[in-house]
Write a protein that binds this ligand. Structure first.
Ligand SMILES: C[S@@+](CC[C@H](N)C(=O)[O-])C[C@H]1O[C@@H](n2cnc3c(N)ncnc32)[C@H](O)[C@@H]1O
Length: 244
């Protein structure tokens, strides 16, 4: 779907992220594709100069903020997450970290204290209204030359494909009964994934090819340093630099 199509759908029904929140980390812990994304982010952070200010936009339950807080203990990190359920899980998880602050705004309403050296935005942009405008918000929130670490779900969420992928992995690791138990505990995820697929099909959520997201970030004022198809080819990872 094109960027232009998604722009017309500014006020649609959205995923119930709070319902997602309690089960989110359970399945994320057991999802090798999600864990691979976290490892890639950790590797990336180790290659860059420690950023003074980091924003984690749509930071959810705080898994990326947790890595940033650990790898960059001197950085000031702001987790921006509008859903109270997700934010509550993040706050509990990160309570021992004294370099993390929280903001319950959406990206579009975020009143930033300054321009960041690094913005992390993972699997959140597709769920926001008007991605072109949101990418420009991200550009505005970065200092010139600052980095955007962007991962976005671009392709249709094939619920059956994810179910069989996760089930095969869980069965190997925990046996049939263990896999069934974890699936039962994480059943809310399957429900919300279905709602994501419906929102994608209706054009409420943005879907994109690698070329479409590349052109959208370029148009918003970024140079692409690196781009990969990730998360079993459902998502795109882009490391971008804010054009001065
Ligand atoms: C799938 S979760 C991803 C969470 C986290 N980044 C991760 O990868 O684990 C998507 C998050 O985007 C947030 N979100 C949705 N619309 C948003 C908006 N307009 N501004 C900021 N965050 C938003 C949701 O509340 C949700 O927590």
């Amino acid at each position: 779907m094109s960027l232009a199509l998604s722009k017309s759908a500014d006020t649609p029904a959205r995923t119930n992220w709070s319902a997602y929140a309690t089960a989110y980390d359970l399945l994320s812990e057991h999802n090798p594709a999600y864990q691979a994304l976290l490892s890639e982010f950790e590797g990336f952070l180790k290659t860059i100069e420690a950023p003074a200010l980091i924003y984690d936009i749509g930071g959810g339950t705080g898994n990326y903020t947790e890595i940033a807080a650990r790898i960059c203990p001197e950085s000031e990190i702001k987790l921006v997450e509008p859903d109270v359920g997700m934010l509550g899980v993040a706050k509990a998880k990160l309570s021992a970290r004294d370099n993390v602050e929280y903001d319950s705004s959406t990206l579009e309403d975020f009143d930033a204290p300054g321009t960041a050296d690094l913005i992390v935005c993972v699997h959140a942009l597709y769920a926001m209204p008007s991605q072109g405008k949101r990418l420009k918000d991200l550009r505005r929130l970065l200092r010139p030359g600052g980095l955007l670490y962007l991962v976005d779900l671009g392709r249709y969420m094939n619920v059956a494909d994810w179910r069989s992928y996760l089930f095969a992995h869980l069965k190997k690791e925990h046996g049939l009964l263990g896999a069934l138990r974890i699936f039962w505990q994480g059943r809310e995820i399957a429900k919300q994934n279905k709602s994501i697929l419906e929102a994608q099909k209706k054009g409420v959520y943005w879907t994109h090819t690698e070329a479409e997201i590349a052109s959208a970030v370029t148009e918003a004022g970024f140079d692409i340093i690196k781009q990969d198809s990730v998360y079993r080819d459902y998502s795109d990872l882009l490391v971008c630099r804010a054009v001065p």
